[in-house]
Design a protein around this ligand. Structure first.
Ligand code: 5GP
Ligand code: MG
Length: 191
C-alpha cells in the first residue's frame, strides 16, 4: 500500500514534530484544564513575547475564565540555538498584579532560567497566586529546578521552530512545530 508523506511546511525543516492538528487538539484540552483550575476567578495572563504570541492568542480563546492580558519581554537567544547567560527582563508589565491570579505563558521551557527569573520578578509584586503554562517542555535540558503547572507537549532535546518559535526571528509563522535542519543552525551570515 502506498503511504502518502505530507510535504514539509518549510524546506528548512528536518521534520515536523507537532502538527497543526495536534496543537489545536491539545489547546482545546489545556483550555478546559485551565478554566476548571481557576473557575470564575479572573486570571491576569502574562505572555512572554515574542515566542508566546501565537500560543497565547489561540489558548486564551479556549479559556472560559475572565482574563486580563499583559506581556513581558525577556532577552532572547538572538541568533543562537543555545542560551547566552542569564535572561534579563527588557520590557516589563503595565498591569498591576498585586492580589491577582497570574498565569505566566511561554512557548517553551528549556533550561528553566527564563521562567525562574520572570517568576521571581513577578513575586515581588505580591500576586495572589502565580502559575505557569508552556506549550513545550524540553525536560532533559533543565538546569534550574523548575516545573510548569500546565504543559502542552513534552519534547526531546532538539531545536524547534514554528508556531511562534523562531530562529533569528524567522519561522514564527509556520502553523506546525518542526525541527530545524542542523546545518542551518548558527549560520554566520544570518543576523
Ligand atoms: P530557558 O530559559 O528555559 O532555557 O529557555 C526558554 C526560552 O528559550 C524560550 O522562551 C525560547 O525563547 C527559547 N528556546 C528554548 N528552546 C528553544 C527551541 O528549541 N527553539 C526555539 N525557537 N527557542 C527555544
Ligand atoms: Mg522565548
Amino acid at each position: 500500500m502506498l503511504t502518502k508523506t505530507k510535504p514539509l511546511p518549510h524546506p528548512d525543516l528536518e521534520r515536523v514534530l507537532v502538527s497543526k492538528t495536534s496543537i489545536s487538539r491539545r489547546l482545546k484540552k489545556l483550555g478546559v484544564e485551565i478554566s476548571e483550575s481557576y473557575g470564575s476567578q479572573e486570571i491576569t495572563v502574562v505572555a512572554i513575547i515574542n515566542g508566546a504570541i501565537f500560543f497565547t492568542a489561540d489558548l486564551l480563546r479556549r479559556i472560559s475564565t475572565p482574563i486580563r492580558l499583559d506581556c513581558i519581554r525577556v532577552s532572547s537567544y538572538r541568533n543562537q540555538t543555545r542560551p547566552t547567560g542569564t535572561p534579563r527582563i527588557l520590557d516589563t508589565l503595565l498591569l498591576d498584579v498585586e492580589e491577582r491570579h497570574v498565569l505566566l505563558v511561554d512557548d517553551i521551557l528549556d533550561t528553566g532560567k527564563t521562567l525562574s527569573v520572570v517568576v521571581d520578578e513577578l513575586k515581588k509584586r505580591k500576586p495572589a497566586s502565580i502559575k505557569t503554562c508552556v506549550l513545550l517542555d524540553k525536560k532533559a535540558r533543565r538546569e534550574v529546578d523548575f516545573q510548569s503547572d500546565f504543559v502542552g507537549f513534552t519534547i526531546p532535546d532538539r531545536f524547534v521552530v514554528g508556531y511562534g518559535l523562531d530562529f533569528a526571528e524567522r519561522y514564527r509563522n509556520l502553523s506546525s512545530i518542526g525541527i530545524l535542519k542542523p546545518d542551518l543552525q548558527n549560520p554566520p551570515e544570518w543576523s
